[in-house]
Write a protein that binds this ligand. Structure first.
Ligand code: SAH
Length: 249
């Protein structure tokens, strides 16, 4: 493909690798990204980085590794994002929407005018934890052979980066849907997490959960806030309610 991808958009797309064990996979990820015109890589607690294996596998994509950001936690890695998808080799049961690659890319491009978006990839042996998936707005599953569903992590990155390439070169996915005209800014991931914690604290203080498991109820509420594409102003209102409840107690 000879066309240039839309580079002002591509810098707003973040690929996040969590706890990668094999540095070769970090290098292969950098190469997959550069081939497809993406450049922003964040590594959450990589087992080994920088590393010669990563450099070798990156071939000519060393600049991606040079500029890679290393984060202490997934929470920190996506704190400033307006939309985050977590990948999974298995179809999980949590209430998050599950997208295939093309729909996931289109969905993320719907939010990109309002901030950065991230796609998160898990550990080679165990993927992402449920807690990590709950930091995400949606799940992404590449429809592989159900009897052998798990791709190498860099191969999974390649599939997604290719979809971004197709979408950004044509810019069709975004234009066909038209922009969302939200009046208020979308909440950043860290604002949503702060709101969830505050809400749980307020609900616990009035014994709202009773015999129910608070985590199960909170997961449903998180799903609701994700679907609503919650804005910063709405976060402010919910937190105001929590504050009032806690003060009353
Ligand atoms: N045993 C792990 C597999 C991890 S594979 C598990 O069942 O979760 C390592 C990573 O590659 C995954 O965390 C995910 O980021 C990505 N990956 C592998 N296969 C995938 C698939 N079919 N769809 C989406 N992501 C996949």
């Amino acid at each position: 493909m000879t066309q240039q991808a839309n580079s002002s958009l591509s810098v707003k797309i973040r690929i996040v690798l969590v706890n990668t064990s094999h540095p070769g996979n970090i290098g292969a990820t950098a190469r997959a990204m550069k081939n497809m015109g993406l450049s922003k890589l964040t590594l959450v607690q990589p087992k080994q980085f920088p590393s010669l294996d990563a450099l070798n596998r990156a071939a000519g994509a060393i600049d991606i590794l040079d500029y890679a950001r290393v984060a202490y936690s997934l929470e920190e890695a996506v704190a400033d994002c307006v939309w985050v998808a977590g990948t999974s080799a298995r179809l999980r049961t949590i209430e998050w929407p599950i997208y295939e690659p093309r729909e996931c890319v289109q969905q993320s491009l719907d939010f990109i005018d309002e901030g950065e978006v991230a796609i998160v990839f898990g550990r080679e042996n165990s993927g992402l934890t449920n807690e990590e998936l709950e930091l995400c707005n949606a799940l992404l599953h590449i429809p592989t052979n159900p009897e052998y569903s798990s791709l190498n992590v860099a191969a999974a990155v390649q599939v997604i980066c290719y979809e971004y390439r197709l979408a950004l070169v044509s810019d069709k996915a975004r234009k066909s849907k038209g922009k969302k005209h939200r009046q208020d800014a979308l909440a950043r991931n860290e604002q949503l997490q702060g709101m969830h914690a505050h809400l749980k604290e307020a609900l616990l203080s009035v014994d709202f959960f009773g015999t129910n498991n608070p985590d199960v109820i909170m997961r449903r509420l998180k799903g609701l806030f994700n679907r609503a594409a919650t804005t910063q102003r709405e976060v402010g209102i919910i937190r105001g309610i929590c504050k009032a409840i806690l003060e009353k107690k």
